[in-house]
Design a protein around this ligand. Structure first.
Ligand code: SAH
Ligand code: SF4
Ligand code: F3S
Length: 493
């Protein structure tokens, strides 16, 4: 009850700041004859993408018009990532450009938030060398964005507000979704795993799960608003609910989400192999809504490296887990993340990783070159791997990853499968792009009004990582369904 009241008070506070900032928008409109435009640029993972929807939600409420063009914007907000150093370098590179934009347009306001801002050294560098930035805040006080925005609009000085930690989860802030038909839903924040290479636990804080009722309510509202697919988000969804006052498993949460009428597809990210339960496999197996896709980061195949990474599973355990999953759900697509070049990793270790790739036959694997992150145990390890060795291992691994992914993709040739139409094709507007339950993309000719609908498609031609296909006409689609009910043809209504 106390938590509810606290949440309500915070929401009321933020709404007051939204109203305050609207005064600025009105003044801007009088002066410039138009609404101010805001551009939010997102770096990093789905978690950040969802945060950006919250940020744009607040900006819209304040009255900003949203734009993708930095050149046109009167306010630019970078929601940053710091998982690898190249993410940081991209931000610094683009800041140089923003400086020149601001010289041409002095009223331009620039703000930085997200994971990178939780690093003290980064904030110090910006305060010193990027004086033109107007506002810096972090991941823990994102819910105070309305307040910070209003302070920024009233000030000429750089405002910096970074919290070390938070135990708060503030619910029900305004959100502006990027897609009308699908949405990310945070089920937990932070991470307790402390993989030795990873900075996420330091910049996102300790693991905090949302109450299941809050999650279910949010999804119900989303479905009422036209959402047919949700992606449940957390750094390690398999440990969801363990620390709640009334503990609940992730599998149980899925069972409850599954019951929401009108919701058609459920995805989730990310699963840590060490916490993936039998119960979860069983729920996935039985579910018509949970997508046939599991992202199961491997990181490395060598036991020595896995141990040094603090992943808390062995190669054999990972392989046994995959066997169990594939046995229970034969049509599942398994994707993964792999790091090459962790301190002490030899080419023989990389061969172990390649062996896992061959045995599991991943449908896709994101391969990363190890990037030392300040403050993590791995960054202080002595045996950092020379660049040439890293590249040799990386190239070898990538070749096998691509080969196995292609083989897996080819297996779907000629099949008729359900696709969620996601967008009008970028290259040819007569085509649309859709996604299979197993996460693969399919391009096919169709009316753009089908965006957000589920249709059946024949997978005609495999192009390595995606298909081109043909939509099954509605008459034959009705034949696929019991009693001729147009279950899959909701797009006709
Ligand atoms: N919570 C997720 C991962 C989030 S980060 C999980 O554990 O599965 C996404 C991916 O970035 C990780 O899976 C890892 O492969 C990669 N990554 C994280 N830290 C890295 C680093 N220091 N260098 C290179 N890749 C890294
Ligand atoms: Fe990083 Fe490991 Fe947590 Fe994933 S589980 S966010 S890799 S510490
Ligand atoms: Fe990057 Fe933060 Fe996500 S560091 S990967 S945006 S949690």
């Amino acid at each position: 009850m106390e938590v509810c009241n606290e949440n309500k008070r915070e929401l009321d506070r933020q709404n007051e700041y939204i109203e305050k900032s609207r005064v600025y928008v009105t003044a801007f409109q009088v002066e410039h004859g138009r609404l101010p435009k805001a551009c939010v640029v997102t770096f990093g993972c789905q978690m950040n993408a969802r945060d950006s929807e919250k940020l744009t939600g607040i900006l819209s409420k304040v009255g900003y018009e949203l734009t993708d063009s930095e050149e046109e914007a009167d306010f630019i907000l970078y929601n940053t990532c710091t998982v690898r150093d190249n993410a940081n370098q991209r931000v610094y590179g683009r800041l140089g450009h923003l400086n020149s934009l601001k010289k041409k347009k002095p009223h331009l306001k620039i703000a930085l938030c997200g994971c990178m801002m939780q690093e003290q050294a980064v904030v110090e560098k910006i305060q010193k060398s990027y004086r033109f930035v107007d506002l810096i805040f972090g991941t823990h006080n994102l819910f105070r964005f309305a307040e910070l925005l209003s302070a920024m609009l009233a000030s000429e000085d750089m405002i910096v507000d970074i919290w070390e930690e938070t135990d708060k989860i503030v619910e029900n802030l305004p959100v502006k979704r990027k897609y009308s038909y699908k949405s990310g839903v945070n089920i937990m924040f932070g991470c307790n795993n402390f993989c030795s290479y990873c900075i996420v636990p330091y910049v996102r804080g300790r693991e905090r799960s949302r109450e299941p009722e809050e999650i279910l309510e949010e999804i119900e509202r989303l479905v009422e608003d036209g959402v047919v697919e949700v992606m449940l988000l957390g750094q390690n969804v398999n440990s969801y609910g363990k620390n709640l006052e009334n503990p609940i498993t992730f599998a149980e949460l899925l069972r409850r989400v599954e019951k929401i009428e009108g919701l058609r597809r459920i995805r989730f990210m990310t699963s840590h192999p060490k916490d993936l339960s039998e119960e979860l496999i069983e729920v996935m197996r039985q579910s018509p809504k949970i997508c046939r896709h599991l992202h199961l980061p491997l990181q490395a195949g060598s036991d020595r490296i896995l141990h040094a990474m603090n992943r808390r599973y062995t190669k054999a355990q990972y392989l046994a887990l995959v066997d169990k999953i594939k046995h229970a759900i034969p049509d599942i697509s398994i994707t993964t993340d792999i790091i090459v070049g962790f301190p002490g990793e030899t080419l023989a270790d990389v061969e172990e990783t390649i062996d896992v790739v061959r045995r599991v036959q991943f449908d896709n694997a994101f391969t990363f070159i190890y990037s030392p992150r300040t403050g993590t145990p791995a960054a202080a390890m002595e045996d950092q791997v020379p660049e040439e060795v890293v590249h040799e291992g990386f190239d070898k691994l990538l070749a096998v990853v691509q080969e196995t992914a292609k083989e897996r993709a080819a297996l779907l040739q000629g099949k008729v499968m359900e696709v969620l139409v996601e967008e009008v094709n970028e290259q040819d507007p007569a085509f649309v792009t859709g996604r299979l339950s197993n996460n693969m993309l399919v391009h096919f000719k169709a009316d753009r009004r089908l965006v957000g609908k589920l249709v059946m498609v024949v997978l005609d031609t495999c192009h390595g990582f995606y298909y081109t296909g043909r939509m099954v006409d509605w008459l034959s689609q009705t034949k696929h369904t019991r009693l001729g009910k147009m279950v899959d043809n909701q797009w006709l209504n």
